[in-house]
Write a protein that binds this ligand. Structure first.
Ligand code: ATP
Ligand code: MG
Length: 498
């Protein structure tokens, strides 16, 4: 179908919708629109072709010496052209009142059967091999029209053609013999045999075509129902997703408020302890000072937890927030390495950093991306014994960037591996090795990676070391267009020997 025709069809569907039709009746009316808008017009075009074909055939046959009543034949063709013009008018999309599509198709089919019979009558009728053209009409009617109408048209074709042939055979109608073909219309046996075969062929065609068409329609309806159900599921899923996001947002807001509220009294308590330790409220005995130091350490731990919760909720918000920018992740990694270099030096750890050239920028939230780098490098240094090695890698790979942090540290027991991204989870060996830690770092990393549609993998061998690999996509959809991040950082490769 042409684009313009498709457009007008789409507008017609809209019009039907505006009339307040249900989805079921819309499916029904769509077939009607097809009939009216597309196929009715297609038949009209086909008929012009048929008229042209008939003119050429008649001219060729006449020039080959076949004797034909040319006047009658051309008058019949003129009649076909005339009613075709009438159908062009009736199916004009700009007409406000158009003929009922099914009726229009029935009228066309009936007119075609009559004129085909006339054409055959003027060109030898039963002797003319083109009598089989009735089959095309039967196929089209069985597919497009209600089945009763198709049977009706089959009966009409039998009556028209059979009646004409019998009338010619009995001398009631003039028989236009197709000279120089043999005059087989005289043979009663041939006439009866041909008419029986004709009637059977016409009716079997209608039967078979209508069975196939009904099955196809049934399948079509099934597919439509399935599509409707799928659409419903998709809508329900979308609703559930929205509700989940709403709840997630509420949870984050709640967590953020709570952390803020907790931070103020914790900081106040720390200041008060510092005042006491400084002796502003009088000199304190050494055991009291020692106790205050322990209280101060506990408060620091609590503050670390509160801060981590705050970061986690902010990073989770990053998944929902739309405020993003192009971030140079390579620079972030360099800055994080700089800030943690002292920790590595303090433990005599060899810190190897390899940031490859051409790492594209990421469309993301800088704070969340910084959390990925800082938590993974901090963990690697924290869980690696003195004299070990930590390696930080960053390189582009097939439109993604790969960030890898490996260490020669304590490793993660296999039974703990599935849990390390859970909030507050710490493995036993980690607790024994490094007392400090809230168990929130990797939850933050995971949320931040997900917020950037990335993936994180971990590989660890107990007592040998751990490798975290983060894959972050650099292509993103902005205003419906796919955009790829560009790169600007120069490659850096360094090894800091302790
Ligand atoms: P914090 O919240 O202060 O970062 P944490 O480091 O204990 O505390 P996570 O960063 O979430 O918490 O790590 C969770 C657990 O995963 C750790 O307690 C440790 O058991 C394990 N883990 C993470 N990284 C490593 C590593 N590089 N080597 C060995 N174990 C690790
Ligand atoms: Mg950590």
């Amino acid at each position: 179908m042409q684009t313009a025709e498709r457009k007008s069809l789409a507008t017609e569907v809209e019009v039907e919708k505006a009339r307040g039709l249900t989805i079921e009746s819309l499916a029904e009316s769509f077939a009607t629109i097809e009939l009216r808008g597309g196929l009715c017009r297609w038949f009209i075009q086909l008929r012009w072709g048929a008229v042209l074909g008939a003119v050429v055939t008649i001219i060729v046959a006449a020039s080959l010496g076949v004797q034909l009543p040319l006047l009658w034949l051309f008058l019949t063709l003129a009649a076909i052209a005339l009613y075709n013009f009438a159908f062009v008018y009736l199916t004009n999309p700009r007409r406000s009142r158009r003929a009922d599509p099914h009726r229009c198709a029935l009228m066309q089919a009936t007119a075609d059967l009559v004129t085909l019979t006339m054409l055959l009558h003027f060109s030898g009728s039963v002797e003319n091999p083109f009598a089989f053209f009735f089959i095309f009409h039967m196929i089209i009617s069985s597919v497009l029209l209600p089945i009763k109408w198709a049977w009706g048209l089959a009966a009409l074709a039998t009556v028209l053609f059979g009646g004409t042939v019998l009338a010619e055979h009995n001398g009631l109608l003039t028989h236009y013999h197709l000279s120089p073909f043999p005059n087989i219309c005289q043979s009663s046996l041939f006439v009866v045999g041909t008419l029986v075969a004709f009637t059977l062929t016409i009716h079997v065609t209608v039967f078979m075509t209508s069975v196939i068409a009904t099955r196809l329609r049934y399948r079509e309806r099934e597919v439509k129902e399935l599509a409707k159900t799928l659409q419903q599921y998709a809508e329900e899923l979308e609703e559930a997703n929205e509700r989940l996001e709403q709840l997630e947002r509420m949870k984050s807001t709640h967590l953020r408020k709570m952390s803020h509220e907790l931070r103020a009294p914790l900081n106040a308590a720390k200041s008060l302890i510092n005042i006491l330790k400084a002796g502003y409220k009088g000199e304190l005995p050494p055991p009291a000072l020692e106790t205050l130091d322990r209280v101060s350490i506990r408060l620091d731990e609590m503050l670390a937890i509160v801060n981590s919760i705050l970061t986690l909720s902010r990073v989770r918000d990053a998944r929902l927030t739309q405020e993003r920018e192009w971030v140079d992740f390579g620079r972030i990694v360099s800055e994080v390495v700089e800030s943690l270099r002292a920790n590595a030096l303090a433990k005599n750890i060899e810190l190897q950093v390899d940031l490859l050239r051409g790492v594209p920028h990421i469309w993301g939230v800088p704070e969340a991306l910084r959390e990925i780098a800082s938590n993974l490098i901090d963990n690697a240094i924290r869980y690696t014994p003195k004299g070990g090695r930590v390696e930080v890698l960053l390189y582009p790979h097939e439109g993604d960037i790969i960030f890898q942090v490996s260490d020669t540290g304590i490793g993660i027991p296999p039974e703990d591996l599935p849990h390390i991204f859970e909030e507050f989870y710490r493995s036993r060996n980690a607790k024994e090795f490094a007392h400090e830690g809230t168990g929130l770092g990797l939850s933050i990393v995971k949320s931040a990676v997900e917020a950037h549609n990335g993936e994180i993998e971990v590989f660890s061998e107990l007592g040998k070391g751990t490798t975290f690999t983060v894959t972050l996509p650099t292509r993103t959809q902005i205003s419906g267009k796919e955009v790829a991040g560009e790169s600007s950082i120069p490659s850096t490769k360094e090894t800091v020997q302790p």
